[in-house]
Design a protein around this ligand. Structure first.
Ligand code: HEC
Length: 112
């Protein structure tokens, strides 16, 4: 039964590629949405700023740069330093893509 064989093959390739290859943009965004629950305790998912800056719509490159600056201590904020230290590069990218996708036009980041 070649049809069934191919189906099983395809599934195996799919499963294998998932664990070996890096996540694609859509998967990263979904991962980012999952990770963002930790952030939305403080950062609300909109452009309003009430003490804590909004992080919606920041260019992904800047977003990652900011998180890395907290992680290496260039940007000094105790809370964000400990948050950033818990994130690896892929998680930062996932969060950057997710928060960028919630884009609202009037947000510009001060720390670029
Ligand atoms: C306990 C509260 C808290 C949590 C949780 C938190 N943040 Fe923050 N975040 C802050 C505060 C406060 C600032 C402003 C710090 C400063 O002035 O440098 C900030 C700043 C930032 C900035 C810079 C924004 C700007 O415009 O300068 C980014 C990006 C950011 N946070 C991302 C995240 C991400 C991603 C997460 C989740 C993984 C997260 N934060 C979780 C409180 C928090």
């Amino acid at each position: 039964m070649p049809g069934k064989f191919c189906f099983i093959c395809a599934m195996l390739v799919l499963i294998a590629s998932h664990s070996i290859l890096p996540l694609n943009a859509n998967e990263l965004k979904e991962y980012g949405e999952y990770l963002s629950k930790e952030c939305s305790v403080c950062h609300k998912n909109n452009a309003k700023t009430e003490g804590i800056p909004s992080i919606v719509g920041i260019e992904p490159d800047s977003f990652i740069k900011i998180l890395k600056s907290y992680k290496n201590g260039t940007l000094k904020n105790e809370t964000m330093i400990s948050v950033a230290k818990s994130l690896d590069d892929e998680q930062m990218k996932a969060l950057a893509l997710y928060f960028h996708s919630l884009k609202q036009p009037d947000k510009t980041c001060q720390k670029q």
